[in-house]
Design a protein around this ligand. Structure first.
Ligand SMILES: O=C(O)C[C@H]1C=CC(=O)O1
Ligand SMILES: [Mn+2]
Length: 388
């Protein structure tokens, strides 16, 4: 049973100034530098919900929930996330202490089932407010950073292989990315396999290549394609089958020579346990929007590790706000052996912060300031806000 523990009843008055006094949310739309095509959607604009939590000491914490193509990557859209935050999550946690992360998370779980992206934006803002108040990065509140930079993938997803080869060459020349995830499944499998053969030949020996089919295939198609992907040197295949087909993933893994990554199949720690028990994945892609926040991400990572599943730092094309929140938690994971993909800030035409996330020598850098480590550029927020 969830105990009632507001500041008054717990006798923990607002002495530390961390009572949650206001929660606001805003929809933000930012165009991308090019079309981004997944198996089931295509977008030229990223949509976010920016959440601000103000505590009684006057500090404002920020968090972001990213979506991809409306409610098509998962069931939450920016419109539904904003409604959930405003109508259900905010009233449930107003007056609570921002530094009681687990208690606030439990209250949010009681107020709304799933809605993990909405919860993750609120929780990110709490970590930001508390970190700023205490003068420590969010990673310190999560156990402390074990790394301050991570190898970072770029996603090739225009579907035009000539453009994709040029884009990869550019990233290699800039020493920003030498690892690429290719989005497949939007076209016929044979066309995708020819595309992968061309990409692999063009980048031969100079880059790591992985693919993400975003649930596009059935099992027989996947068996056929995995052989060809292995033959061209693809090192990881993400979510080839529908999220529900955990048994199919396990069968596929039994015959495949290339490791498999679960993405849409693992939202909760219970999903991670089930995938682990079925032997259905080698790696899991971790995302705040799936796991309900930073603490949920650590829980899923722990269950996955206990099942022998490796960790990959996933993204949903976040701006520097959401990317910073992910990097704060990824920095605390002892074994991030499959690296991360927080290229989001680079695919946007613009960003929401004064100093965007930095990249150097094929790695993304953990921001070093307090909280999430980024500061909103209010001018940019006003410009990209859907409504004033
Ligand atoms: O992994 C996904 O399914 C979502 C996202 C991450 C990178 C990208 O291009 O799309
Ligand atoms: Mn994916």
């Amino acid at each position: 049973m969830l105990e009632t523990m507001n500041t008054h009843q717990a006798g923990a008055s607002s002495a530390n100034g961390l009572d949650i006094v206001e929660i606001r949310s805003q929809i933000i739309d930012i165009p991308t530098v090019r079309q981004h095509k997944l198996s089931s959607l295509s977008t030229t604009q990223q949509n976010y919900v920016l959440v601000r939590v103000r505590t009684s000491n006057g500090v404002e914490g920020i968090g972001e929930a990213a979506t991809l193509g409306g409610p098509r990557w998962s069931e939450e859209s920016v419109e539904s996330i904003k409604a959930t935050v405003d109508r259900y999550l905010a009233p449930a946690v107003l007056g609570e202490r921002a530094d009681r992360f687990e208690h606030v998370a439990a209250l949010m779980d009681r107020a709304a089932k799933r809605n993990t992206a909405a919860k993750s934006a609120v929780e990110s803002a709490l970590f930001d407010a508390v970190g700023k108040t205490l003068g420590v990065p969010a990673s310190t509140l999560l156990g402390g950073a074990v790394r301050d930079r991570m190898r970072v993938f770029w996603t090739l997803a225009s579907g035009d292989v000539g453009q994709e080869i040029d884009e990869a060459e550019q990233k290699l020349a800039q020493r920003k990315h030498n690892a690429f995830k290719v989005k497949i499944g939007a076209q016929e499998p044979d066309a995708d396999m020819r595309r992968m053969e061309r990409l692999a030949a063009a980048l031969d020996g100079r880059a790591t290549l992985i693919v993400d089919a975003n649930q596009a295939w059935d099992e027989t198609t996947a068996v056929r394609c995995l052989e060809r992907l292995h033959a061209v040197g693809v090192t990881l295949v993400e979510q080839p089958l529908p999220a529900w087909n955990v048994a199919g993933m396990a069968r596929l893994r039994g015959r495949a020579q290339v490791p498999l990554m679960a993405d849409e199949a693992i939202f909760s720690e219970h999903d991670a346990l089930a995938v682990g028990a079925a032997g259905a994945a080698d790696v899991v892609s971790l995302k705040l929007v799936k796991h309900g926040g930073l603490l949920g991400t650590k829980r899923v990572a722990a269950v996955a590790e206990a099942a022998g599943i490796g960790l990959y730092g996933g993204c949903l094309l976040e701006s520097s706000v959401g990317a910073a929140a992910h990097l704060q938690v990824f920095a605390t994971l002892r074994n991030l052996d499959w690296h991360c993909e927080h290229f989001g800030p680079q695919i946007l035409r613009d960003d929401l912060v004064t100093a965007p996330i930095a990249y150097d020598n094929f790695e993304v850098l953990l921001p070093s300031g307090p909280g999430l480590g980024v500061v909103l550029d209010e001018e940019k927020v006003r410009h990209y806000a859907r409504e004033a």
